[in-house]
Design a protein around this ligand. Structure first.
Ligand SMILES: [Cu+2]
Length: 104
């Protein structure tokens, strides 16, 4: 009985450590918040547009490697970062709104 419990505990731990995380980043008229996050390869960032904007807000990689569709207020868009690196992002409609995603 105890052996079964230990075995299932070990399996649960392995599943938890292998599970990718989701991290929320808010974007709006004046910020990418938090402006810097650190995640692990395979994790997903959920970009949440918090402001009403004619035509929406778009999350764009500084190097052009990815871009969200225009997001309405309270709309979310997910991007999974598979490779380690430092990824600059900005809000297309407000290019000075910058953030950094550090993937370890
Ligand atoms: Cu705006």
């Amino acid at each position: 009985m105890i052996r079964v419990l230990v075995a299932s505990f070990v399996v649960a731990l392995a599943a938890a450590s292998a599970q990718a995380a989701e991290v929320m980043v808010h974007v709006g008229h004046s910020s990418v918040d938090p402006a810097e996050i650190k995640i692990k390869a395979g994790d997903t960032v959920v970009f949440h547009n918090i402001h009403e904007m004619p035509g929406g807000h778009t999350v764009t990689a500084d190097d052009g490697s990815f871009e969200s569709p225009p997001l309405a207020k309270d709309e979310k868009w997910k991007h999974t970062f598979e490779k380690p690196g430092t990824y600059g992002v900005h809000v297309k409609q407000h290019p000075t709104n910058k953030g950094v995603v550090i993937v370890e």
